[in-house]
Design a protein around this ligand. Sequence first.
Ligand code: CO8
Length: 319
Amino acid sequence: MDSESVRRELRLGENTRAWLSRIDELGPPPEPIRLPRGDEVRDLLRRLEVPDPDVEEIVAATPDPDRDPALWWLLERAHHEIVRHMGDPKVKVRGGPTLPYETGAAARYFHVYVFLATIPALRRFHATRDIPEATTWETLTQLGESVAIHRRKYGEGGTHMPWWLTFLVRGLVYRLGRLQFSLVVARDGTPVLGMHVPEVGGPLIPDIYNDSLRRARPFFDRHFPEHGARVATGTSWLLDPQLAEYLAEDSHILQVRRDWTLIDSEPEDGDDAILEFVFRYNGQPLEELPQRSALERAVVTHLKAGRHWHQRSGRVELP
Ligand code: CO8
């Protein structure tokens, strides 16, 4: 098989050519991949909080090297690209695109299979860094969140934001309580921790947020002493100052962001981001969006008034 025949068979777009030829050059991984099957994968997926209907579909569609040679070709090389730079934040690897769904369930769940095939290498890497098992498993539950959001948004199985799963399974992201932190090297070479608020885990109660923030520096100083980050940074709809026009002063979002300093000169357009994170928006008219919470009402009122939301970048000192 070569990258062009794989591209044709899986109906990948022209824009995937550069990635395909890169991973073609890389070749298969030195150690053959193994996908767990049957009850082994069922138990693993449940542990990763993948919802039941998806678990069964993922088990049934698990690709096989003889039956699905093109998909297997892609799987091996996508996995190889990830493990090659395990734990190195200076190398950018976003993983492959979402595959066109018309070739079947195995294509829809492609990034789940890459994730599953890479867990053993990630666990070996975590062991070399003495990462507690509980942190490994807590971090890996992002797979369940990604699959659940995809189903809620599109009504069928798949993975939402597969590039984030790639980051995570490359050993760059760690969930410590309510928050995730990622190893990042800023453009000027400064090491920082990227902060992320996963959806699963309940409201952003300040005590819970602060507990998580307090865990970050000791964790990274112990397991990644060469990194040495002293600040966390983030780009988010949560940092848009305009939210203060709508939310109560004691809202969690307004409380936890008080220690943050904005560091961007020009705000980025944030309409898509806030619609995504509040509604998992999929193009419906604004009139049809639910209006149950203060935030849901704020997002719609603001847009209907012809105004725009912003994504802002900020930083906070790590305690
Ligand atoms: N959808 C609908 N309503 C919401 C949502 C939401 N996503 N979030 C909050 N609300 C409602 C609340 O129910 C409350 O309503 P009411 O006053 O009517 O009772 C009101 O808005 C105010 O909410 P709070 O400020 O108290 O916030 P919560 O603690 O309820 O929720 C969460 C905050 C947990 C962040 C929630 O919005 C959520 O789960 N969002 C999805 C995940 C997400 O958006 N993550 C952020 C992605 S960007 C990123 O990770 C980088 C972050 C870097 C900067 C961090 C700065 C702190």
